[in-house]
Design a protein around this ligand. Structure first.
Ligand code: GLP
Length: 261
């Protein structure tokens, strides 16, 4: 696991965009895993800028989102499908239909989960997955207690996650859905490169467990310690509880920049 402590969100966006650009250069039809939440926004902003400048193209790429609320109407602004379209997909040059998400409005949710797993497999799997992390250590919506071998399925959201996300629903906890569809931890672990972004003090405890804690379903993100290619992009505030922070800084500082992440 490579830990990179950045000055600010802009540097995080630049490092991740460099990795995505390099991937698309060697594999223009790459499959990207897209996360919602505020953490990846700097990455999407940077990619949109580079796409507008003709430096990067998603014209042959495909994308899969991580998760979706169950039961929000199709026109709800907080549906993750709508959110990812707004913050990223509509700002770059993906072909129509190139980005898919789990169908939280399906009448048969179990079948929708199985179909989503099949679609990812049919696309050849995810080459590069962007991830955020919840304050309780969840990735996508794999809440504490999730099976470390889980696949896309229906999950019940914890009160903590619903409280954290109430800000997107007018601070009305009752308006936050209680259930979601989410890629499982094993689905995420099958992606070939994982880039996890965390900023701010509220993520420091989760980041501490992710990087230096024991692998446990109580902190679902810790399963990433078993992945051979993970990059964790942090700001100072999110890194403040890491014991080996000086070592991570020194390691990245002395790494030849042509190597990328
Ligand atoms: C939600 C999403 C996660 C995301 C997390 C953190 O629960 N399902 O994919 O990582 O929020 O979001 P933020 O980056 O806004 O802190």
């Amino acid at each position: 696991m490579e830990v990179v402590i950045c000055q600010d969100a802009k540097e995080i966006g630049g490092i991740a965009a460099d990795a995505i650009g390099a991937l698309l250069e060697r594999k223009p039809d790459a499959v990207l895993g897209l996360a919602t939440g505020s953490s990846p926004l700097a990455i999407y902003d940077e990619l949109a800028t580079r796409c507008a400048a003709g430096q990067i193209s998603f014209g042959r790429a495909r994308g899969f989102t991580l998760d979706e609320y169950v039961g929000l109407p199709a026109d709800h602004p907080e549906r993750y499908r709508t959110v990812i379209d707004t913050v990223f997909v509509s700002r770059v040059d993906f072909a129509p239909g190139a980005v898919l998400g789990p169908d939280g409005g399906a009448s048969d949710l179990t079948a929708a989960c199985a179909a989503y797993e099949e679609a990812i497999a049919a696309a050849g799997g995810v080459d590069l997955q962007i991830l955020g992390i919840g304050t309780d250590g969840h990735v996508a919506f794999n809440e504490p207690g999730s099976s470390l071998a889980s696949r896309t399925r229906i999950k019940t959201l914890t009160r903590q996650t619903r409280l954290d996300n109430a800000r997107f629903f007018g601070d009305d906890l009752d308006a936050v859905p209680t259930h979601c569809l989410t890629q499982g931890l094993a689905t995420i672990m099958a992606a070939r490169h994982l880039i996890l972004v965390a900023t701010g003090r509220s993520k420091a405890e989760a980041v501490h467990h992710l990087v230096e804690g024991a692998v446990s379903a109580m902190w679902p993100a810790t399963i990433l310690q078993h992945h051979p290619h993970v990059t964790v992009l942090l700001d100072d505030a999110a890194a403040r509880r890491l014991q080996l922070v000086d070592y991570y800084r020194e390691t990245y500082r002395s790494k030849p920049k042509w190597q990328g992440i």
